[in-house]
Design a protein. Sequence first.
Length: 68
Amino acid sequence: MFEWFEWLTKMENTKPLALVIFFVTFVAIVLYVFTGKKRKQRLESYKDIPFQDDDRELKDSDKGKDNG
């Protein structure tokens, strides 16, 4: 147990270990995002969110012009 802790205290050992941990995490996130048809459909529907807000603002401003 203590030998393993001593191994982690050396910088030349922890950098590759951290690289492996971050790479495995990255691959897991990519696989999670790009697998599954339901998730893919849901994520595709999110691509228009920035434009939907602009459409509402334009409609609201058009309504204000009609009343004034």
